[in-house]
Design a protein around this ligand. Structure first.
Ligand code: ZN
Length: 510
């Protein structure tokens, strides 16, 4: 009898929780659509931007009040009291929600709303400043975002050490400056000498055909075929164009991706598409136990990025993949590829070229771009680097790590969207993702051969392997716990460095 009563009690709590989440889902649906729209087709005129900012600010405040209410707090307390009767998924949700609302409680709702409005305006200010190469126009926005970030982080801090530790932990539970300094040092030790050897290599890579003209609409059609081949489901998603490619989980069965199309740089589209496709495939393959719940997203940025990198680099930049898709590419673009061999194509898509733009970076130098941002963020948050000195500091680090100096701020510190979105602490996840993608590959290869699978022109076994080991859990496990569960090891960047050495030694005949 007591058990039955307890069950009824838990059921009614779960029902109340579900009603609460319904409103969250509806609000996040609307704001996700608006944000997707803002980054793709919405007009950029000042009035329209302010109208959208006001609407987004309203929803941010509604969201804040809804999740920071006494009722919800009480409901969570009741669920915590019934913890043992909850499913493991629900236990994790209650844990994460408690963590979240304890943070919200410390923030003034007015600040929260003002911050959301600021971010909405900063997005456009950044786009305009980048187009006009005008850092001074953007600097006040960045300054204000940093002030809010420091204030919020100070108020909600739960981990030890500098403020930046908290921001790192927000993205990757368990990350600290100490651990990341070590991680980046181990990458630097192997990548920088390898880069120097490559720069002295006598191998000449032909790349003249890479800037040939490919009509936009044909590129877009190709991108859709590529997404389907990789395993992304276009029936439960869509492909659009944007300045900065991204993936948006509008709702569980509407996971959209974007790409960037340049007529004279067709590979930019191919690899943006493969990258976002990897993110999309992850979100589309969650188990129904977590789908649509608060666990219904990727485990963390690093694990997400390991998937986008896997589809972009490990698969789409591999020799086997080139072998499989090149004949088809040649058929679709006969004029552009008429005098190009498969080997030339493979070498060209893997050419190591130090460049200014992170998103266009080759597989080898990518993590060096991240190191620059990591060093600068650390200082911006600590306040040891002033916003006005950012362009100069940026250029100095590019000279030090990559041996090149940006000539404009548009190709320097104005290139990324992250900081104008308040995302400090996010960049390291990209480099972690690179390393994790190869650690996962090593484990995957115990079960299936990547080469044979790609050769069979059916990538389903790869998607299924990831679904079984990673995707289905959503946010159930913290990232490094999941990594260890799958690979039986802690993060180990050696695999990634070995992979780079083997691949590029072959290409550059080292
Ligand atoms: Zn990504």
């Amino acid at each position: 009898m007591a058990k039955k009563l307890a069950n009824t009690h838990v059921e009614s709590l779960l029902k109340a929780f579900e009603i609460h989440q319904q409103k969250n889902r509806a609000m996040s649906y609307v704001t996700n659509v608006a944000s997707f729209d803002a980054q793709t087709v919405a007009p950029k005129n000042k009035d329209a931007v302010n109208e959208r900012a006001e609407a987004m600010g309203y929803f941010a405040l509604e969201d804040f009040k809804h999740n920071n209410s006494e009722n919800y707090d009480k409901l969570l307390t009741d669920l915590e009291a019934a913890y043992d009767d909850l499913s493991p998924e629900m236990q994790r949700i209650v844990y994460l929600e408690r963590k979240n609302i304890e943070k919200l409680k410390k923030i003034d709702p007015k600040d929260y709303q003002d911050y959301a409005i600021l971010l909405s305006q900063a997005q456009v200010a950044w786009e305009n400043a980048k187009a006009a190469n005008d850092f001074a126009a953007y600097a006040p926005f960045l300054e204000r975002i940093l002030t809010y970030t420091r204030k919020f982080t100070q108020l909600t801090k739960t981990v030890n050490g500098p403020l930046y530790n908290q921001l790192l932990d927000d993205y990757e539970e368990g990350s600290t400056i100490e651990k990341l300094d070590q991680f980046f040092a181990s990458l630097k030790d192997r990548i920088v000498p390898l880069l120097k050897k490559i720069q002295q290599s006598k191998v000449n890579i032909r790349n003249d055909f890479m800037s040939r003209s490919f009509p936009k609409h044909e590129q877009l059609a190709y991108a859709k075929d590529l997404l389907t081949f990789l395993g992304y489901d276009l029936d439960r998603g869509a492909l659009s164009e944007s300045v900065h490619p991204f993936t948006s989980e509008i709702s569980p069965n509407d996971v959209r991706v974007t790409t960037r199309i340049y007529e004279n740089n067709f590979v930019s589209n191919i690899y943006s598409t493969a990258h976002e496709g990897g993110h999309g495939i992850y979100e589309q393959n969650l188990d129904k136990k977590v789908k649509g719940t608060l666990l219904g997203h990727g485990a963390a940025m690093s694990i997400h990025e390991s998937q986008s990198r896997f589809y972009e680099n490990v698969i789409s930049r591999s020799k086997t993949f080139t072998h499989v898709v090149f004949p088809d590419l040649k058929k679709k673009f006969p004029n552009q590829f008429k005098d190009v061999t498969e080997k030339e194509f493979y070498q060209a898509i893997n050419e190591v070229q130090t460049s200014f733009i992170r998103v266009e970076a080759d597989e080898l130098t990518y993590s060096l771009h991240i190191m620059v941002r990591y060093e600068l963020e650390k200082q911006l948050i600590a306040g040891t680097l002033k916003v006005n000195d950012l362009p100069q500091a940026w250029n100095q680090l590019y000279t030090e790590y990559l041996g090149i100096t940006p000539k404009t701020n548009a190709e320097g510190c104005l290139q990324d969207v992250h900081w104008s979105g308040g995302a400090f602490g996010y960049f390291p996840s990209y480099a972690l993702g690179n390393a994790i993608s190869i650690q996962l590959l090593k484990t995957m290869e115990k079960d299936l051969s990547l080469e044979e699978t790609i050769n069979r022109k059916n990538l389903t076994p790869i998607r299924e392997w990831f679904a079984e080991k990673i995707y289905r859990f959503g946010k159930f496990y913290p990232p490094f716990v999941l990594l260890k569960k799958v690979t039986k090891e802690d993060l180990n960047p050696t695999y990634y460095c070995d992979y780079l050495e083997t691949k590029f030694s072959e290409i550059y005949d080292l």
